[in-house]
Unconditional design. Structure first.
Length: 433
């Protein structure tokens, strides 16, 4: 016992030293990023939240007023607080520079935490509504057809539905969580949550119980505040990490999980509706995203440190493996503005932007050391694991990202990075890097 205890103390000391060394490395990397950021970005806004947010999503509205050099947009955030502290579903108001505003992005302003100064700089991200939530918000998603309606994954097995127009901007002092609806059907908590963009009210959820539950929120009677799923899909052998609706076929769903598989579901089929099972990765599959433009292309993210590209017409063959992350990849998301561009984020504190169009481009030996030709950009502004990332629907190349250290960042790579080779637009694929 004494021997074991001594080894435990030594192991603990080693771990503490490693943690300290790792912290120093992260700090040094951040300083280098900060120094270089004026040349890499057209915009960076950094905001420290009171508590970390596990989720982030841009709402679709954008307000442009005459006489100001910024636009106002909004985001959905959540909290992950310490014990006994109240959690909230939150709406944030965001000010972003108008595209025509001339940005002086040559210095990183410490006190304002941003690159790219523009008029009326104070308070780029402001929490404007807090709705009391039972436990942390694992994920929050608005209904595309009615953005006031937001679904949340909770620490219990239930999904909550909120209509933010029916809640005050400041939470009542009684501390009660009062969603418009609770959706039952799961046995454990989880993270997978997606609304159909094609059929209003259709919500899909995947959880740690290996189940996928489907509800039609619009079909729930107005007098009822609790609803059971209209359908439950069984097939995964372990945690369902993420779920996505197809953007062109209302009856198609995709899911990934800790059983390393991607599963494609066809809701027109009777019974279990499982159309395809693909052993997609060598480790847990954590994220899935259907391409918004091409109905056949889907991407998956995995703990095997890769993002995989698939063609639904032939799932026996992986189209491509994106390799540059050094730790597990948690999230993958396609650009809403560019068919060939996607972003991925994970435990290595990095968000990579990839461009399919550059796969196979010739590289110099020097360029190859920085990564494959399809690796367009690496965002290194976070010092903790990436919790989630979201592309802005209104402004091309603008991304919001949250990390475990309370930070939310809004950023846009410098235009010369993604629009470097004008000849490429005319069909001449030159050196992409």
């Amino acid at each position: 016992p004494c021997e074991d205890k001594r080894h435990g103390i030594m192991a603990g000391a080693d771990a503490a030293i490693n943690e300290e060394v790792n912290y120093d490395i992260v700090n040094e990397e951040y300083k280098i990023w900060k120094k270089n950021s004026p040349f890499l970005y057209d915009m960076v806004v950094t905001h420290a939240l009171e508590w970390p947010s596990l989720t982030v999503q841009w709402l679709p509205d954008k307000v442009c007023e005459d006489g100001v050099d910024y636009t106002e947009q909004r985001m959905v955030l959540g909290t992950h607080t310490a014990a006994n502290e109240t959690n909230y579903l939150m709406l944030a108001r965001v000010r972003l520079p108008r595209e025509e505003s001339a940005l002086d992005a040559r210095k990183y302003e410490d006190d304002r935490g941003e690159v790219g100064g523009f008029g009326g700089g104070a308070g780029k991200i402001e929490i404007v509504q807090k709705i009391t939530h039972d436990g942390e918000v694992n994920r929050a998603r608005y209904m595309p057809q009615n953005p006031a309606v937001i679904a949340t994954k909770t620490v219990t097995s239930d999904i909550y539905i909120f209509d933010y127009t029916k809640h005050p901007s400041k939470p009542p002092s009684d501390g009660l969580c009062t969603p418009e609806m609770k959706l039952r059907g799961h046995e454990r908590e989880g993270y997978g949550l997606a609304w159909s963009s094609m059929e209003a009210g259709q919500l899909a959820s995947g959880s740690d119980d290996a189940l996928i539950c489907l509800w039609d929120v619009n079909a729930v009677p107005k007098t009822s505040s609790v609803a059971d799923p209209k359908r439950t899909l069984r097939g995964h052998k372990d945690v369902v990490e993420d779920i996505a609706w197809h953007n062109h076929n209302a009856h198609t769903l995709g899911s990934v999980g800790d059983d390393k598989t991607m599963r494609i579901w066809d809701l027109r089929m009777d019974g279990n509706a499982l159309a395809n099972t693909v052993h997609a990765h060598k480790a847990e599959a954590n994220g899935i995203a259907f391409n918004p433009y091409s109905e056949n292309i889907v991407a998956t993210a995995s703990s095997d440190k890769t993002v995989a590209l698939w063609d639904l017409r032939n799932l026996k063959l992986k189209l491509h493996s994106f390799e540059s992350h050094t730790e597990e990849v948690y999230h993958v998301a396609w650009s809403p503005h560019n068919e060939t561009v996607l972003a991925s984020g994970g435990a290595d504190r990095r968000i990579n932007i990839w461009d399919l169009a550059r796969i196979g481009d010739e590289q110099t030996t020097e360029d190859a050391q920085d990564g494959p030709p399809e690796l367009l950009f690496i965002h290194g502004g976070h010092t903790s694991k990436i919790s989630e990332l979201a592309w802005n629907l209104n402004d091309p190349w603008v991304i919001a990202s949250t990390a475990e250290d309370n930070i939310v960042q809004l950023w846009q790579p410098a235009e010369n990075i993604y629009n470097e080779d004008a000849d490429a637009e005319n069909g001449d694929n030159g050196d992409a890097n």
